[in-house]
Ligand binder design. Structure first.
Ligand code: MN
Length: 307
């Protein structure tokens, strides 16, 4: 089953020839904050999926071309992200010509996981404004794991049951020495979509190919078989740190091929079995307020490598 958020944050099921609005079937949907509708739908999914699936057959389908798709989880309680989870990406970052050439790039075993703010989420067709004109910002193509249950301390063996589904994800990143949550936490730095595909439609999480293009040029080609920590291990590790809630997102890491994103670029991600996600980069980078103060100038230039 494919679940989408569209128009004014309504929730729907995606079929081949359109989308079915089921917002009115999410319990308590009217009075609650719309950003919570998908969270509630995910939380209730197991007990109500048959009822909702029936609506796919009985309700009018809205052509996809007539809706504006939104990020499928507009406001998760958190986005947890894997810092370096593909060996070839680890090598490209610290290798000759890499962004951090000469630095020893470590992996999750050294860095642990990090958090991106929920406000960094963007959706299909959104435009992202780069925060700095003089600093390199990269694309990272990833598969996003959507959590389906409230859990803590799950083992790797239990983790599969906790995964509700998957979505496409880009982990945009300013390069430099600041901590990851700062460099990767700007508004729009976590596009997700185009929808969530539930796990039952993704038979093998370790066999998913994905690609990212910039202005039509293929830049990244990855495969989840190459992950250092599998999706289940990531869920297990994340759940040992924090309680996971329905709708939480885990960014599972990027393969090799990361590269610079420039104003005016168009990014396009295709994930096997999920779908395609495109976002635009605004033609001009952000401009800080004129009276920002001289202290801010140090943030406008990249310094050093991350620890
Ligand atoms: Mn990443």
């Amino acid at each position: 089953m494919k679940l989408a958020v569209f128009d004014e944050w309504r929730v729907g099921l995606v079929a081949q020839d359109g989308l079915v609005d089921i917002t009115d079937r999410v319990s308590g949907w009217e009075p609650v904050w719309p950003y919570a509708w998908m969270l509630r739908l995910i939380g209730e999914f197991d007990s109500r999926r048959l009822e909702w699936a029936n609506l796919l057959g009985s309700r009018t389908r809205i052509p996809l071309a007539k809706v504006r798709l939104r990020p499928p989880v507009p406001m998760p309680s958190k986005i947890i992200a894997a810092p370096v989870n593909y060996v070839l990406h680890q090598k490209e970052m610290g290798g000759a010509g890499g962004v951090y050439a000469g630095a020893q790039i470590k992996t999750i075993e050294d860095y642990g996981l990090f958090l991106k703010p929920s406000s960094s989420i963007a959706g299909p067709g959104d435009t992202i404004t780069l925060p700095f004109s003089g600093r390199r910002t990269d694309h990272e193509a990833e598969v996003g794991i959507v959590i389906g249950k409230t859990v803590r301390n799950v083992t790797e063996a239990q983790a599969l049951e906790v995964i509700f589904g998957l979505t496409g994800l880009m982990d945009l990143s300013v390069r430099g020495q600041e901590d990851r949550p700062y460099r990767k936490g700007f508004d729009g730095f976590c596009p997700i979509g185009p929808w969530i595909v539930t796990r039952d439609e993704m038979p093998d999480l370790d066999q998913i190919a994905f690609r990212l293009w910039v202005n039509g040029e293929l830049r990244q080609e990855g495969h989840t078989a190459d992950m250092i920590y599998s999706m289940c291990r990531l869920v297990s590790l994340a759940s040992y740190q924090t309680t996971l809630y329905p709708g939480d997102i885990i960014a599972s890491g990027t393969p090799a091929g990361v590269g610079e994103v420039r104003p005016g670029d168009r990014l396009h991600l295709a994930v096997q079995g999920i779908g395609e996600l495109s976002v635009a980069v605004a033609p001009e980078p952000a401009t800080p307020p004129a009276d920002m103060g001289s202290w801010f100038e140090k943030f406008l230039v990249a310094r050093g490598v991350p620890q």
